[in-house]
Write a protein that binds this ligand. Structure first.
Ligand SMILES: Cc1cc2nc3c(=O)[nH]c(=O)nc-3n(C[C@H](O)[C@H](O)[C@H](O)COP(=O)(O)OP(=O)(O)OC[C@H]3O[C@@H](n4cnc5c(N)ncnc54)[C@H](O)[C@@H]3O)c2cc1C
Length: 299
């Protein structure tokens, strides 16, 4: 280390009671929470840094945040469970789309470091994991200081504003994530480009749907543009549900143009490559959905 570097103060609470005490004793500063560190260390000139004289709270030793609980209806993960462990533990029960999203993130060595809490609280871009968990209606427990420490459950979508900016109470800790154990008739996840080196052009699309007599009876769709935000709404879900499958080429063009215009209206500054990727992913998804519905046999 360089001599002139200023060391941050690092706190390593062993349990939630110690974490609460640390937060209460630093009421006037907002400490930086350190989970896997993969995003924090990727920030230019952040750590070690000549500027930083911050209070860091490493969450690694907080025992409760490593817990994993499962029953027939849901799986609950502490914020410090790595996304690799989630994919391993939930291989047989979690929605397939979640496993696909996790396995498309970075490489295995990095996935062992990335935590579910860090993935949902990364501020510099929107992660694909956050968007997939949103369409799966995941819930999160947030702990925050307001005179004393409080904890409250929220639908995941409620911790982001309409453009995907994280809107947690100042200094809030995301402590648990609850994911319903259910499967869908159709699950689709694809991404193009990487949010790390090319976030201006990267795009991901995730969709879950249920079929009834060859038609879509339920659909949730979300587009992730890492530097611009998430695009999901009841309007897009209803559009997908109103579609008669298999979708003809002429009707498909109308649906695709509607979706692209909708995304452009809601998220500004979309690059030409990003638009081409949105069209490509959406087109591939409908082709796949047409094939699936033609082969679909109800259980
Ligand atoms: C080589 C590499 C490749 C990558 N590839 C991809 C990719 O393909 N797709 C993708 O989506 N991402 C990718 N990432 C980014 C990765 O998703 C983020 O770095 C990761 O989500 C951060 O998780 P973390 O546990 O390391 O969090 P940290 O880096 O420790 O923290 C991230 C932020 O979240 C806050 N935070 C952490 N935990 C909590 C909590 N429990 N409550 C409140 N705030 C919290 C921290 O204070 C910080 O602001 C890649 C990263 C690397 C290094």
């Amino acid at each position: 280390m360089y001599a002139e570097l200023r060391s941050p103060n690092i706190h390593e609470p062993l349990n939630m009671a110690e974490y609460n005490n640390t937060i209460l004793s630093y009421r006037d500063v907002t400490p930086v929470l350190w989970a896997g560190g993969t995003e924090i260390m990727s920030r230019p000139d952040y750590y070690p840094s000549q500027r930083a004289n911050v209070e860091l709270i490493s969450l690694d030793k907080v025992e409760e945040l490593h817990h994993f609980l499962r029953n027939d209806r849901f799986a609950e993960f502490g914020a410090m469970v790595s996304i690799n462990d989630i994919a391993q533990a939930g291989k047989l029960v979690l929605p397939r789309i979640l496993l696909e999203t996790i396995n498309s993130t970075a490489c295995r060595t990095v996935r062992e470091k990335i935590t579910i809490g860090g993935s949902l609280c990364t501020k510099s871009f929107k992660t694909n994991l956050a968007s997939t968990l949103m369409i799966l209606d995941a819930a999160v427990e947030i702990r925050y200081l307001k005179k004393r420490m409080h904890s409250k459950w929220f639908q995941l979508s409620r911790i982001y504003d309409k453009n995907g900016k994280l809107e947690m109470p100042e200094g809030g800790l995301l402590s648990k994530v609850r994911i319903a154990i259910q499967q869908y008739d159709y699950q689709y996840f694809r991404s193009a480009g990487t949010p790390i080196s090319d976030k201006e052009n990267a795009v991901a699309l995730a969709l879950v749907a249920r079929f009834e007599q060859g038609n879509i009876s339920y659909a949730r769709i979300i587009f992730t543009l890492p530097d611009k935000g998430f695009c999901y709404s009841r309007d897009l879900d209803n559009l997908i549900t109103s579609v008669q499958l298999p979708l003809s080429i002429t009707r498909y063009a109308t649906v695709e143009n509607y979706v692209v215009d909708y995304i452009k209206e809601n998220l500004s500054g979309i690059s030409a490559l990003q638009e081409a990727r949105i069209r490509g992913l959406f087109h591939d998804m409908f082709r796949d959905m047409n094939e699936t519905v033609l082969c679909y046999t109800p259980k």
